[in-house]
Design a protein around this ligand. Structure first.
Ligand SMILES: [Zn+2]
Length: 473
């Protein structure tokens, strides 16, 4: 039974450039499609910001009581080095780099992607279809477009003729005439600058690891058609929400709309949601330890929990560009740890299931929810959580319960988080042990001196019944 008391969720729709009250196609249900990773390399932390956003979106609908069907594709074929069909296949670049065949590259990086996603508490979407498992659906769709007269063939593939539709480029508000006139790029045999490949032919003189028969010749699908074909397969030809990065707007999503609406003769998606870029500030572009570009692994190498990065992403609205440097990550790690410690102290290891929320507690919850349902304003919701924790009209257990409820969206392990051991360097741990030994020997002068040295390094000592522990101050 659909819940008739569903809260209103406002979402910013790129299609209309407005925040709109969300209305689902089927009452109480929501279908979400997220453009997934291209598995020819590790996903860097900017990519992961987009997947954290999609995860927060799906969890917000879960929290609000919707039945969610979340689909994310795995692009394991067809993504070229530039969006304009002219670059080299990214998979081929990776194969040269690593000496593996295309299938092994895709398998390797799909596994790594889900490992990284799990470390960020990103829930695996309900369906994660691979492009290579849905070649038939893609060929069927290209055939449909061909029958309706939207395609033409060149020597290297089958292309979509964008001049056949009036509102091509509306999502991106593209100035097509201006584009055609202003650009002087190599169009190959394309009729229009914005035309794009639906099917590419394998080179005549070489066999690819990934290639399939088709009515037009042996080859492989274009990148855009996979998302159109797989979203239709798992969500239907018309569905609620499509997400991606803002870089998807002008080409990839614009082309998905063109081919889906032309093939099916109906509106494709009701709400388009796009996450802004992560800007890596100078000096933060690479991993400190490995020198490679930044992935979740680099955080762990530095003794920082990946959840600190999730927390950092929550502190910035998804439509705002987010600057990243190591100092901001470290500050987020401290903020995250303190929040968890504070709530864990309030919960005091007790079960929160039976805690009844008072009127005052529900008023705090309403404010947190209001922020979340206002275009996923997690930063404001987090602020409301801190206001609630400071309030004197609710009990400690109510506070812990409220924090744990909202953590079903934040997913920063508020009740269970323990900082990585490396958070306290071995050197400080050794000083603490030396101090404990000095105290045992009743050498209080030495113990005090060690305490001062530990404090000077930014740590605090807590003497508990179980012995002394040290924490970051
Ligand atoms: Zn896509």
């Amino acid at each position: 039974m659909p819940n008739t008391h569903m809260p209103t969720i406002k979402l910013f729709n790129t299609w209309t450039r407005k925040a709109e009250a969300f209305k689902s196609i089927t009452e109480g249900e929501v279908g979400i499609y997220t453009c997934g990773p291209t598995v020819y390399h590790n996903a860097h932390i900017g990519n992961m910001r987009a997947f954290i956003f999609a995860d927060v979106l799906r969890r917000t609908f879960d929290y609000a009581g919707y039945k969610v069907n979340h689909v994310m594709n795995i692009t394991d074929v067809g993504h070229l080095t530039d969006d304009g069909d002219l670059g080299e296949d990214k998979m081929l670049v990776a194969m040269r780099r690593e000496g593996l065949n295309a299938w092994d590259i895709a398998k390797k990086y799909t596994e790594v992607f889900f490992e990284h996603a799990a470390k960020l508490n990103i829930r695996k979407p309900d369906h994660v279809p691979c492009a290579t498992d849905h070649i038939k659906e893609q060929i069927d769709m290209v055939q449909k477009l061909e029958e309706k007269g939207f395609t033409y063939k060149t020597s290297d593939g089958v292309y979509f003729d964008t001049s056949k539709i009036d509102d091509y480029g509306y999502l991106a508000r593209l100035d097509i005439d201006g584009l055609q006139a202003g650009e002087r790029v190599d169009m190959g045999e394309k009729k229009n600058l914005t035309d794009f490949a639906l099917w590419k032919f394998s080179p005549k003189d070489a066999q690819r690891d990934m290639e399939w028969d088709s009515p037009w010749g042996v080859g492989f699908p274009g990148w855009h058609i996979e998302c159109s074909a797989m979203s239709a397969r798992y969500l239907g030809e018309h569905f609620d929400i499509h997400t991606g990065g803002i870089d998807h707007i002008p080409v990839h999503h614009t082309n998905e709309i063109a081919q889906s609406e032309c093939a099916h003769g109906k509106k494709f998606v009701n709400y388009w949601m796009h996450v802004a870029f992560l800007n890596l500030k100078d000096g933060a572009k690479m991993s400190k330890s490995s020198g490679k570009f930044l992935t979740v692994d680099a955080f762990e190498d530095e003794g920082i929990s990946p959840l600190a990065y999730r927390y950092l992403c929550l502190t910035t609205h998804y439509r705002m560009g987010m600057d990243f440097d190591w100092d901001s990550l470290k500050a987020a790690a401290t903020g995250h740890r303190r929040l968890c410690e504070r709530v864990q102290k309030l919960a005091d290891g007790q079960s929160l299931d039976s805690v009844e929320l008072s009127k005052a507690a529900l008023a705090h919850k309403a404010k947190i929810d209001e922020a979340l349902f206002d275009d996923l304003n997690t930063a404001k919701a987090l602020g409301q959580v801190f206001t609630m924790l400071d309030a004197d009209d609710v009990s400690g257990l109510e506070k812990a319960k409220l924090a744990s409820l909202v953590d079903s969206i934040f997913c920063i392990d508020i009740l269970s988080y323990a900082p990585p051991k490396a958070d306290v360097p071995a050197e400080v741990q050794a000083m603490l042990e030396a101090r404990n030994a000095a105290r045992k020997d009743r050498d209080f002068a030495k113990a005090d001196q060690l305490r001062d040295e530990i404090t000077a390094l930014g740590f605090v000592i807590e003497d508990t019944a179980q012995g002394s522990v040290v924490k970051r101050g």
